[in-house]
Design a protein around this ligand. Structure first.
Ligand SMILES: [Zn+2]
Length: 298
């Protein structure tokens, strides 16, 4: 039996509290970072309840969310064109005919890229809103020419010892294995160590906390840096100003807060462009008090 969407989505690490609203049109114009061209491709739009946050009062959350109890939250993937290489960071939720998701293929088309143009896919972590687009409905690879690169720490977190996984996550293992098996069978699956350089101008940065191997991808070009930060942050309206605020999705809450504060501080110092899977825009941060302020990068 098919799970109702709310149940299936809870399995993904994100709780949907109300029906998704229609996603906005996909941006066509890339953002230039050094020689890199970057497209934020929105796979879907979900609604996240402010009550998921901790370390802040409900009143303050509501104020920061403009008087609302929930935030319309994008599920982004990022297409990055390096000289001679086309990279995709995460793959979104994937197609669900009953929901507002699976728009990645439309976004790629709008950016003038076909799935066969993707050389390299890097994955921030194994929640289903980041890996759901890896396969077509028939179980074959959605990106038949791409090498799929994943962090060894995330592999270990999910597969090394099931008994160590929180019980509520164990049911996801068969689906995860099936997704990666399609790429493994084609010899297109590569597991890398934390901090590895995956191609010139692209290195991984461990950002464990949200999951056991959650990873940030740092692109460098022409003296500028772009970091695809995955789920380092979920609520832009709250956790930029208050990076100390946690969210129930983070499996190691204190560690996730510490890594967010640490990477935000480094990003602000180096004027890094940050691309969040659940942020509405690419941003640059500036330190302010105990938190940060964000300037959109367009
Ligand atoms: Zn996510």
């Amino acid at each position: 039996m098919r799970l109702p969407f709310i149940a299936s989505f809870l399995l993904c690490g994100i709780a949907l509290s109300q029906p998704a609203v229609t996603s906005t049109p996909v941006p066509l114009k890339p953002i230039q970072v050094g020689q890199l061209k970057v497209w934020a491709l929105r796979d879907g739009l979900i609604s996240l309840e402010g009550s998921l946050l901790s370390g802040i009062t409900p009143t303050e959350v509501r104020r920061l969310l403009g008087g609302k109890d929930a935030a319309a939250t994008p599920v982004n993937t990022f297409l990055v064109k390096l000289p001679g290489k086309t990279v995709l960071v995460d793959t979104g939720i994937g197609k669900d005919p009953e929901e507002d998701s699976g728009h990645l293929s439309e976004g790629l088309a709008a950016a003038g890229v076909t799935p066969t143009d993707i050389d390299l896919i890097v994955i921030t972590h194994y929640h289903f809103d980041h890996i759901g687009g890896l396969l077509k409905a028939d179980g074959s690879r959605a990106f038949p020419k791409a090498r799929l690169c994943v962090p060894r720490s995330e592999q270990a977190f999910w597969f090394e010892d099931e008994a160590k996984l929180p019980e509520r996550l164990r049911g996801r293992i068969p689906k995860l294995k099936a997704i990666f098996a399609a790429y493994e069978a084609a010899g297109a699956f590569l597991v890398f160590e934390d901090g590895a350089e995956l191609t010139p101008g692209l290195r991984s940065v461990s950002a464990h906390g949200h999951t056991g191997g959650h990873t940030v991808y740092a692109f460098t070009s022409g003296g500028r840096e772009l970091w695809c930060i995955g789920d380092l942050i979920h609520f832009g309206a709250v956790q930029i100003e208050h990076p100390e605020v946690g969210i129930s999705f983070d499996l190691a809450g204190a560690k996730a807060i510490q890594v967010r504060q640490d990477l935000f501080r480094k990003a602000a110092q180096a004027k890094v462009v940050l691309a969040g899977a659940h942020l509405p825009e690419l941003v640059q941060l500036e330190a302010k008090g105990t938190g940060f302020v964000a300037t959109p990068v367009r």
